[in-house]
Design a protein around this ligand. Structure first.
Ligand SMILES: Nc1ncnc2c1ncn2[C@@H]1O[C@H](COP(=O)(O)OP(=O)(O)O)[C@@H](O)[C@H]1O
Ligand SMILES: [Mg+2]
Length: 261
């Protein structure tokens, strides 16, 4: 496989073994800068393991992983600040307000208090959290959707090249999740960030991504689909591709959306 400077993520023949079991086997794909790419698969497909290797928290057993021209495992520290992650649970600090949670990443980067506050406010506004009383709220005072929004603002505030979302919408109810997906996709496109989205839900993937990679255990690409804005707006196309994706996942569509992350 040939990769270019346009590729922010490159996986080449990547294996990850835990004991005798392959979580990921011979996985190869590239992600271009500015794209939103969904890694879609059932529970156990190896999505999180692939993500962990991209984040550099674990090395591959064999094969090559390149992120922003670095080896994410070896160059873990250099990659910090270029890469941000938001998870299924928001992982906000309960003793810090929404504003202070977002400001935290900026504090770690050594940005002064006044600027920190101002930038945190801007990022919360970007995810549609405004008003002094909301900024002052603690996580337990925020709805699930607002907590996820705060978590995304915190991830984006450090101005990463790459945003990784691991089942970030999975624990929200349908309406909240759909509103957040739409807003996040719009924001990521406006900022021209690269985003890798991990999900087991077909609707998450088709609504947000420019490209959907269906992974089947042990994390191999079973289906590779490009999605244009026109496709996304076409219910017939969505219905047809949903069935094709469900088949590639080796599952019925209804079971797939009900399965846990
Ligand atoms: N740290 C680990 N140790 C042993 N097995 C693991 C570990 N992490 C994941 N696995 C196994 O690898 C497979 C893929 O898991 P995972 O990457 O979490 O899948 P997904 O995120 O798609 O649900 C599963 O069979 C899981 O049990
Ligand atoms: Mg997972």
């Amino acid at each position: 496989m040939t990769s270019t400077a346009d590729d922010i993520i490159v996986l080449e023949h990547v294996d990850k073994r835990f004991g005798a079991n392959y979580a990921v086997q011979d996985l190869s794909f590239t992600v271009k800068r500015g794209q939103i790419v969904a890694l879609l698969g059932r529970t156990g497909a190896g999505k999180s393991t692939a993500l962990h290797m991209i984040m550099g928290v674990m090395p591959p057993t064999s094969g090559r992983v390149v992120v922003d021209a670095l080896d994410p495992y070896r160059d873990f520290k250099k990659l910090r600040g270029r890469l941000a992650v938001s998870f299924q649970t928001d992982r906000l600090l309960p003793w810090r307000s929404a504003l202070d949670n977002v400001a935290l990443g900026l504090q770690i980067l050594g940005i002064g208090a006044t600027q920190r506050r101002q930038r945190a406010e801007e990022w919360l506004a970007n995810v549609k959290i405004t008003g002094a009383e909301n900024l002052r709220k603690y996580p337990h005072e925020l709805s699930g959707g607002m907590r996820q929004r705060t978590s995304l603002a915190r991830a984006l505030a450090v101005d990463p090249h790459l945003l990784l979302l691991d089942e970030s919408f999975s624990q929200l109810d349908h309406v909240t999740s759909q509103a957040l997906r739409t807003d996040v996709a719009e924001l990521v496109r406006r900022l021209a960030k690269t985003c890798v989205l991990i999900t087991h839900r077909i609707d998450d993937a088709l609504e947000m991504a420019d490209r959907v990679l269906v992974l089947t255990a042990p994390a191999r690409v079973a289906y590779d689909l490009t999605v244009t804005a026109a496709d996304r707006a076409d219910p017939e196309w969505i219905a047809r591709q949903s069935s094709a994706i469900a088949a590639a996942m080796g599952d019925h569509a209804d079971e797939t959306s009900a399965a846990a992350g």
